[in-house]
Ligand binder design. Structure first.
Ligand SMILES: Cc1cc2nc3c(=O)[nH]c(=O)nc-3n(C[C@H](O)[C@H](O)[C@H](O)COP(=O)(O)O)c2cc1C
Length: 411
């Protein structure tokens, strides 16, 4: 079989990619990448920052991409005008390689003072960023915070790798290999594993009010659910995200529905569950509420205050009891006997899959950026080793897609 006949080999054909190049030593590696993307018949338009042009001549990338290289936001020539909007709309994907610390900082804070950052801000297409810089620059608190901000908004980071650096140091900050970059771009442009499906995701905590100013809640930040909504959208699903109160921006491509209490979350989920294909219940929903909250703020009074709590509706159980039920994935936040408790929940709630995490473990789970998950279904399980919530969410979505298809095939 020739390479071009292999499944997936034609993924890049006529795909439109904006390749952004910023000012770093690794800029020269872009030449080989652009050559390879063109060889697979992708349409490439390159944007170079002013600094990038000090490291690599635009003529090289012009020749390799077969298109003029864009360098100016405010050009006066015949190409002047709304170039930033045209490029933002033209492409299927934006790849920035190498991405400088400066570029990450500008993108994280919405600066748009050159063509590349303006196109990124004006585009709704996926943005992949391959950083390359000195290890101290990469590990600097500002760069790490900018990375977090960008990841939470759905920007995908490819690398960096660790190893010998141009500056003579050794550590994280190297641009990932061209082979790996190429594979990531192809994967990002391949038809999504959830294409055509409606996915409902719940995320965040709920608030159960005691009086007008006080509520019972929990430590859920919503980060895992938001990462799942993002990953499902990337995989081609039409995504609705029913979210409790969190301090996160809704991910690209997901339709947010805001709720506060468990009762509200129940109503919003039940009004959609019968016509969605997959439900991922990642929200940390309160098990109890206060019945009728006090109309006025409770005053300091006697020695003790007794609250009578009533159970909230069990959203997941209600969904799995529906005659036309979606493929249902529940989360189990456990502090002990992780697998045994998750197994019980799988049966008790009659779900198709459980994603269990140990919220008592250090550095993962509630409000952390990293997680470690045990995924269980009837007849199988898989351990997702510690990683960023975005990485785990993408892996989980691939498993959900496989199990969803397996269930359909046996139905
Ligand atoms: C020789 C040299 C090499 C550099 N290499 C890098 C690098 O690898 N990564 C990086 O983030 N910045 C690097 N810089 C700093 C950037 O070029 C600088 O922050 C610049 O403002 C980036 O502009 P841009 O983000 O608009 O391309 C380097 C600077 C010099 C002088």
């Amino acid at each position: 079989m020739e390479d071009k006949d292999k499944p997936g080999a034609r993924v890049l054909e006529h795909k439109r990619i904006v390749v952004g190049v910023t000012g770093g030593i690794a800029a020269y590696k872009t030449a080989d990448l652009v050559r390879r993307l063109r060889a697979d018949e992708a349409d490439i338009k390159v944007i170079m920052t002013r600094s990038a042009q000090a490291f690599l001549g635009p003529l090289t990338l012009q020749a390799l991409s077969g298109n003029p290289v864009y360098t100016e936001l405010l050009s006066k020539g015949s190409d002047a005008g709304m170039q930033h909007i045209e490029l933002a709309r033209w492409c299927d994907l934006i790849l920035v390689t190498p991405a400088s610390a400066n570029f990450m900082a500008k993108l994280a804070h919405g600066l748009a003072d050159d063509l590349l950052t303006t196109v990124c801000l004006a585009s709704t297409r996926p943005i992949l960023v391959a950083p390359a810089m000195n290890r101290e620059m990469w590990l600097a608190a500002a760069t790490q915070e900018n990375k977090q901000i960008l990841e939470q908004r759905g920007v995908r980071f490819l690398g960096p790798a660790a190893g010998d650096q141009a500056c003579g140091e050794v550590g994280p900050g190297r641009l990932i290999d061209t082979d790996d970059l190429f594979a990531e771009i192809t994967a990002a442009l391949a038809p999504g594993v959830l294409r055509g499906l409606e996915v409902l995701v719940t995320a965040g905590p709920t608030r159960e009010y005691i009086d007008p100013v006080r509520y019972l809640s929990n430590r859920s930040s919503g980060k895992m659910g938001y990462a799942i909504a993002q990953a499902a959208a990337e995989a081609g699903a039409s995504v609705t995200l029913v979210s409790g109160p969190v301090a996160l921006a809704p991910p690209r491509g997901a339709e947010p529905v805001w709720v506060s209490s468990a009762e509200e979350m129940y109503r919003e989920v039940m009004s959609r569950a019968h016509h969605c294909d997959v439900l991922v219940a990642a929200a940390a929903v309160a098990d109890y509420h206060c019945g009728v909250p006090a109309l006025r703020k409770l005053k300091r009074g006697g020695a003790s205050l007794t609250l009578t709590l009533l159970p909230t509706p069990d959203i997941v159980k209600a969904v799995t009891a529906l005659a036309r039920r979606p493929f249902t994935v529940a989360f189990a936040a456990e502090t002990e006997n992780l697998v045994a408790n998750a197994q019980n929940k799988l049966e008790d709630k009659a779900v198709d899959m459980i994603a269990a995490n140990d919220v008592a473990a250090n550095g993962v789970g509630f409000d952390h950026d990293r997680n470690e998950i045990e995924v269980l279904w009837r007849g199988g399980s898989i351990h997702l080793a510690k990683g960023s919530k975005q990485t785990l969410a993408r892996r989980l979505i691939r498993i959900i897609a496989e199990r969803y298809r397996a269930k359909k095939d046996t139905a």
